[in-house]
Design a protein around this ligand. Structure first.
Ligand code: AMP
Length: 288
């Protein structure tokens, strides 16, 4: 595995490979890699000649008072994991390489970015869209891979690709969970032991809500109460930012669940903000 830090070098490499007829897959990450990331890498490897994984903790997508400084970083450990997965190129630029002095362009992620997490993290998805379009231009991937765990992000990126005519396929990979159902996340490392146990309530709430829908519940108010009941019963969950059923395309809260739906939640456990979601298909079947 080769480590490339300079965007221009990455760009030249990718374009050369593509001219030789090779397909390139990109797995963007912020590092502190876990089994969820590595599962995406495996999908990418299976479908492309060259797998590029990027590690970049993108300052643009962190708000003031958020965890940009303390975000877990483990470059050596990550490089080892990616090498073991057979990744061809680790693209690991530093902030100055992607945002040199004078950098001033921002991508505005549009309407979907204002929903759910966007209401609590203003500017977050603009930061995501800006770095993702840069990574796309640097790596020129045929396919780019993202996790369903960050469902709203997948909508923002699909929209970005359509709106900006970016010639690549977006591939979404399923959420990988711990044994107790907690969605894997680099931020789980912030949790103290008791908080870690409490965090399983998030998936528990989503599952219980999905179960209610499977049993025939249709009113979102009922589903919302069910989820908030499970989350609210966990004293270490200090804030519920949202927890309900949403339209999987627009992210508007549903009145009635009469087709596909997204059950999604964002909570704080102490200082740690965690999100998760479960998609349900019309008729209440869970899709995972
Ligand atoms: P991050 O490093 O958190 O920015 O995540 C990089 C990519 O991995 C994003 O596309 C995430 O959606 C995805 N990802 C993060 N956690 C998981 C997980 N538990 N299961 C599947 N994909 C994930």
């Amino acid at each position: 595995m080769e480590i490339i830090r300079i965007p221009r070098v990455m760009q030249d490499f990718a374009l050369k490979e593509k001219r030789r007829g090779r397909t390139v897959g990109l797995v963007p990450t912020m590092g502190a890699l876990h089994a969820g990331h590595l599962n995406i890498v495996r999908s990418c490897r299976g479908e492309n000649d060259i797998t590029v994984s990027s590690i970049f903790v993108n300052p643009l997508q962190f708000g003031r008072g958020e965890d940009f400084q303390s975000y877990p970083r483990d470059h050596e450990g990550d490089a080892e994991k990616l090498k073991n997965e057979g990744v061809d190129i680790l693209f690991m630029p530093d902030a100055e390489a992607l945002y040199p002095p004078g950098f001033s362009t921002r991508v505005s992620a549009g309407e979907i970015a204002g929903k759910l997490c966007g209401g609590f993290r203003p500017g977050h998805f603009d930061g995501v869209a800006t770095v993702v379009i840069k990574l796309f231009n640097v790596v020129s991937p045929d396919r780019a891979y993202f996790g369903e765990k960050d469902y709203q992000q997948t909508l923002v990126i699909r929209r970005l690709v359509r709106d900006m005519n970016i010639p690549l396929e977006v591939v979404i990979c399923p959420t990988v969970r711990e044994k107790d159902g907690l969605a894997m996340s680099s931020r789980n490392s912030y949790l103290k032991e008791a908080e870690r146990k409490a965090a399983s309530a998030i998936y528990c709430a989503l599952k219980r809500a999905a179960q209610r829908v499977a049993e025939g519940a249709r009113r979102t108010s009922e589903i919302r109460s069910e989820m908030q009941g499970v989350l609210g019963a966990e004293p270490l969950i200090t804030e519920i930012q949202y927890a309900s059923a949403y339209d999987p395309e627009t992210l508007e809260e549903l009145q009635e669940i009469d087709g596909d739906a997204l059950l999604a939640a964002a909570v704080f456990i102490g200082k740690t903000r965690l999100i998760d979601n479960v998609s349900i298909k019309a008729g209440g079947r869970r899709r995972d």
